[in-house]
Ligand binder design. Structure first.
Ligand code: PMP
Length: 306
């Protein structure tokens, strides 16, 4: 496992501060009840020397939806949020490198929903510009909760307890990632990404109602597929379809498009190039300022917005 980075700066209480200054009391709701919601963002070094955050506005909208569903106050305008994200990236980015940002809204005060106060925290970490290598995955014994239990649509850390358990289970069984099934024993997602499969030349992924986060990456891949005339379906997927798919990839802002070479020790035959071609298109889109990527770009050298 890669060691967690300790960056020099962090955004906390509406300011960029030294990392060690971001402190929360143990009695805060964020700690005691684990109450937060968050987003994982990725900024790519662009060919023109600017940094471009993929679909930042869509992440902001989903962030607000998570807060709304959890009844957490979210009092950051789009402009303030965008400035804050670029502020922490500017403080920590290195030329020619990519960076990922974890934006978390913590519940600082407010017992059982009364007199609530939240705070936005931004952490940013260096990432490699290498594309993800193929991985082997398994199917977890843990299940996704349903919409009326712990809605998978809400990106909150309580939803990731099962992801953590599945990850540990997978590590013990020699898998890099684990697919989590829903209560109907159909494919939901992995702990941190969506599942894309190809069968008979058609790309398929489960819809949100199967217990999946509303993924921004999947929408981008769907748009790329449609642009190329490749059929793309959102439909329930059985576990056994993972064992006979022609191609599989995991999709997410941070996992990008990660090829899967085997599921539960069943090799993916790889007799399709649809997802690998879409992966090439995805990386081109996020690094070359393609309008479909919805990049929020800034060039910190001259501070002019592009
Ligand atoms: N499912 C889960 C559980 C995730 O954590 C993520 C990553 N945010 C995704 C799917 C993919 O979502 P997105 O493409 O918006 O990053």
């Amino acid at each position: 496992m890669a060691k967690l980075q300790k960056p020099e700066f962090i955004y906390f209480e509406r300011q960029i501060r030294p990392w060690d200054d971001a402190k929360i009391h143990v009695s805060a709701e964020a700690v005691f009840r684990g109450l937060n919601c968050f987003e994982g963002l990725k900024a790519y070094w662009q060919n023109d020397g600017s940094m471009g955050v993929v679909s930042l506005q869509r992440h902001y909208e989903r962030f607000k939806r998570s807060a709304k569903l959890l009844r957490m106050p979210f009092d950051y305008s789009w402009e303030e949020f965008e400035d804050a994200v670029h502020g922490i990236i500017k403080a920590l980015c290195r030329p020619e490198n990519n960076i990922w940002v974890r934006a978390t809204l913590y519940m600082m005060e407010g017992h059982w929903g009364e007199d609530q106060r939240t705070d936005l925290c931004l952490q940013a970490f260096q990432t490699s510009t290498d594309r993800p290598e193929p991985i082997t995955i398994g199917v977890s014994t843990w299940k996704r909760a349903e919409d009326n239990m712990l809605p998978p649509r809400i990106k909150t850390s309580s939803n990731y307890q099962v992801a953590r358990m599945a990850k540990i289970e997978g590590r013990e069984r020699g898998f890099s990632e684990m697919v989590i099934l829903n209560s109907k024993d159909r494919v939901a997602e992995t702990g941190g990404s969506c599942v894309l499969i190809v069968r008979d030349g058609v790309v398929a992924t489960p819809p949100a109602s199967e217990g999946v986060l509303e993924s921004i990456t999947v929408d981008l891949v769907e748009a790329l597929a449609r642009e190329r005339g490749i059929p793309f379906e959102r439909r329930p997927i059985d576990r056994t379809e993972l064992h006979i798919a022609e191609e599989i990839a995991l999709a997410g802002t941070l996992s990008e498009l990660t090829p899967v070479s085997a599921v539960d020790d069943y090799p993916v035959e790889g007799n399709s190039r649809i997802l690998s071609d879409l992966t090439d298109a995805y990386f081109e889109m996020v690094t070359e300022g393609h309008p479909m990527a919805g990049l929020s770009c800034r060039n910190y050298q001259d501070e002019s917005d592009t």
